[in-house]
Every structure is written in C-alpha cells, then in structure tokens.
Design a protein around this ligand. Structure first.
Ligand code: HGY
Ligand code: MN
Ligand code: MN
Length: 420
C-alpha cells in the first residue's frame, strides 16, 4: 500500500487495525432487533424487524459521515468520499435473516464494513478511491424467492418490476412491503458501478474450524437450484379407503423428499439436497392429504452434475405422481450457476492473511451470497471466518471474537489496497 497517496497524517504510519470492541458492540446491538427468546434473531426480509434493523444501520452509516442512498429495490449504499472521484471499492452483505437466524450471517459483513470506515475515520485516513458499504435487500430468500434478490437486481440479473411484483410465502409483494417499511428508494438500481467488491462472511460450514484455519479465501460459490412442487391428490377417509384406491399427496411428497436425499448420497461429491419446507392439506390425522406443497434445494459446485441432479429429481417426481394418480406442478424459485471469484483477489486474501500470520486456506462457498451477484459487474471476492461447529441458519451460530477481529482486519487491509 503506497502511503503517500493517502493523506495520512504522520502519526498514522503504524499499520491500521479495527476496533474489535466497537464491532462486537454493534453486532450485539443489531442482534437485539428481532431477537428471539432462544438467543437467535428473526428479521425476515422487509418485516418490521428488518425495517428496525435497517434504520439502526442507516443511523450508524450517517453517524460515520457516509452519504447514504436507498435504491428502488431497497438496497442501501453508503459512500465515503475518496481523494478522487470514481468507482468505489465496495464491501457489505445483508441484514435480513432466516427465521432461526444467528448474530453473524450477513450482519458481520455489513458491520465489519462500518468498522473499516470507523477505523479510517479515527486515523483521518482518506483513500484515493471512494469506499462503499452496502446491505442488499432479501439476501436470504426465506420470505421472498429467489435469494440474493436485491444484489441480483442491482447487477441487472432480474428486472426491477419483476422483483417488485414477487409475492412471498405470506402473499405480500416486495413492492408493497418496501413501501410499507419506507425503503422504496428513489435511486436507480445499479448505481454506483463498483471498482471491486469484498465481502466478509462467516463460513456457515465445518471446514475452517475442523482444519484449524482462521481465514477462508473463497474461490467461488456453488450452483443453487430451488424448486417448489405442488401435488394435488384426493382427500379421503384414512380408515375406509383401500390402499389401491388412494391418491395420496402426502405419500408422493414423502417419496420425493426421500428420493432427494438418496440422490445426493448416491451422486456424492459436493451434491447436497434439502427439503426445507413441506406442508400438507388438510393436515389431519385421519384424512388422506389431497394437497402437498414442498421445496427442494439442490446445490453442487459442478454445473453439469447439478443439471443431472435436477433431471433425475424431476423425472422421479413425475413418475411417482403418475403412478399415484395425482397431479404434479413445479416452479423454479431460484437457479444460479456456480460462480468463480476474481483469482487475483483470492490471492491477495491469502497473502494478506499470511502477512498477518493468520492460517488461511482456499475453499468454495456452500451458501449463496451477494458477492456472487456483484461478480457479474466487477472483480469480487469473499473472506470467510470459522463458524463454531459449522452451525448456521441456527440460533446457535457463533464465531469467536479473535476470528471476527482477524476477518475484519483482513477486510480492512484488502480494501485499503484496492482503494489506492
Ligand atoms: O440460501 C443461501 O445459501 C443463502 O443463505 N441465501
Ligand atoms: Mn448470508
Ligand atoms: Mn443465510
């Protein structure tokens, strides 16, 4: 990093570090919004809890002297001016959570970004390029699908009107909810364009902890395929209906769910399959279900293998439904091919970590992230820190303070490098 380019007063030629207590304080304060009795967080996208979380983070952004703008899909982009105008170096993530969310998924990336800004403010460091800290709307995709929706619209991967018209699992639309919580921004989506994007995130998996690494230099994100199946059979009496006369939607849903599991096991490699939601109607002990609605989440780092998994699942669902005499409908909720991050940035993450004596390894991301969308418009990368027990999307999600500090310091260094 070339100091004379930064108007850095003499006393700050020491290396810069983040203030971990301030970062921890912000993580704790944000986690109080939407806090659940079991110690977790529930801030589903565009709910009142999400609004309250947004308001708090926007307040912090303004207190840090950032120029805050809200775009038409509710993404919030906060800019710190540089010595020169031009495209900013951006960091960020999301602050919406799943229903059983923890304190770190998404939140760490946004608040570590604010901590980078605060650390630069403390030392009156002004970078050559502008810096930006963003949080994107509906990264989780739990209430409205697909996931990573705000960043997908930001990079032009989904038309704004289509996103605004998207109806969630509770029948509200994105557009209605953005207006209701006051985050239907006026700024055109996709502004500003970005020089480079760096996202700090918890790994949400077991690898770093199991192998004793502190930093993950993420090579890319695996492919994602979300499908919703609708199964229409015939309700009938559980006691009087002979097995040969049944058109049992519940049975077909159960067969599809166990097939998905067997398929992932049989394909091996990085193939994973999840049935995360399944509802039956009328959902009564003595009535054969006439309706089932379920989702299947398939992922693989290899696009070809993911397509094979989809084809086999869809064929099995069709055949099983036909054999049971029920009607099958299917709808894609999300479909993203695997994404590679910028190799030169992955290398910089490794080099910075090594320079700071932090054990680092490369790995793919099992989870989807906003960074995979930003990679469509600029060089993008991700820094991972360990998740205790590999747990996430679970109230027990935890990352040790030393690891949070390490990740945020690597983020600070890389952003300073990219901003010069
Ligand atoms: O589903 C995902 O991978 C992310 O948490 N939205
Ligand atoms: Mn996340
Ligand atoms: Mn998540």
């Amino acid at each position: 990093m070339n100091c004379q380019l930064m108007s850095v007063p003499k006393e700050t030629t020491q290396p810069l570090y983040i203030d971990e207590r301030r970062l921890q304080d912000r993580l704790r304060s944000l986690a109080e919004i939407g806090a659940t009795p079991d110690g977790g967080v529930c801030r589903l996208a565009l709910t009142d809890a999400d609004k309250n979380g947004r308001d708090l983070v926007v307040r912090w952004m303004r207190e840090l002297g950032l120029d805050v703008s809200i775009d038409a899909i509710g993404n919030v982009i906060a800019i710190r001016r540089g010595l020169e105008a031009g495209l900013p170096v951006m960091t960020g993530s999301h602050i919406d959570t799943v229903r059983t969310g923890g304190h770190y998924d998404g939140n760490l990336g946004v608040l570590a970004g604010l901590e980078v800004i605060a650390s630069l403010n403390d030392r009156a460091v002004v970078t050559r390029r502008p810096l930006a800290v963003a949080f994107f709307t509906n990264e989780e995709g739990a209430r409205f699908q697909p996931d990573m929706m705000g960043s997908l619209v930001y990079v032009g991967g989904m038309p704004l009107e289509q996103a605004l018209a998207t109806r969630g699992i509770d029948a509200c639309t994105i557009g209605e909810e953005l207006a209701r919580i006051g985050y239907a921004g006026s700024k055109r989506v996709g502004m500003p364009a970005v020089h480079a994007y760096v996202e700090l995130h918890v790994e949400q998996g077991p690898v770093l902890e199991a192998e004793g690494f502190v930093i993950g230099a993420v090579e890319g994100v695996q492919g994602i395929s979300w499908t919703e199946f609708g199964i229409n059979g015939q309700s009938n009496h559980a006691g009087t209906t002979p097995m040969r006369l049944r058109r049992d939607a519940g049975y077909v849903a159960a067969e599809i769910a166990t097939f998905a599991r067997r398929l992932a096991r049989e394909m091996g490699g990085n193939q994973v399959a999840t049935v995360g939601s399944l509802s039956l109607s009328p959902n009564l002990v003595n009535v054969i279900a006439n309706r089932a609605t379920m989702t299947v989440d398939l992922r693989n780092t290899d696009e070809q293998a993911l397509r094979e998994a989809e084809e086999r699942l869809f064929a099995f669902a069709r055949d099983t439904a036909a054999a049971e005499g029920v009607e099958l409908t299917q709808r894609s909720l999300a479909r993203f091919a695997p994404v590679d991050f910028a190799p030169e940035l992955v290398q910089r993450i490794e080099a910075i970590a090594r320079d700071m004596d932090l054990p680092v390894r490369r790995l793919p991301s099992g989870a989807g992230h906003d960074a995979q969308m930003l990679a469509r418009i600029c060089p993008a990368c991700m820094i991972f820190v360990p998740s205790a027990g590999g747990i996430s999307h679970n109230v027990k999600e935890y990352t040790a303070p030393a690891d949070l500090r390490a990740g945020a310091n690597v983020l600070l260094r890389l952003m300073l490098e990219l901003a010069e």
